[in-house]
Design a protein around this ligand. Sequence first.
Ligand SMILES: [Zn+2]
Ligand SMILES: [Zn+2]
Length: 138
Amino acid sequence: MFCRNCGSEVQGFAAACMKCGCNPHTGNAFCPNCGAHVNENQVVCVKCGSALNSQVRPTNSTSKKDRVTAGVLALLLGGLGIHQFYLGNTVSGILHILIVVFTCGMGGIVSFIEGIIYLSKSDAEFEEIYVKNKRGWF
Ligand SMILES: [Zn+2]
Ligand SMILES: [Zn+2]
């Protein structure tokens, strides 16, 4: 790629441009794809057509629970209720552990089914049901 600050060629994984010393991924003076000089207000490079929006976007995903992560946790570690803890449902998580203990492991099937349900839902459905309403069961 090309440094977005000075336009010199840098390795894509480089944390700093060796020519100007800046983070080559931040800045808006040059196209990262072809190195052409671009205007800071440009959305795409007029020379190569690549998007120029690689600026660090404001992230609000820190509190967002990831559906796939919860689903995989439920499938792999379901018996331990880890996915419920991950979703912030501490009580449900503890109940999962108790059920598994009292059923000698059979209760793990509940979590396994939950994991499959999580993965079959859309992100919006998942967010609505399990993150906003904190539904602890299925
Ligand atoms: Zn540079
Ligand atoms: Zn370009």
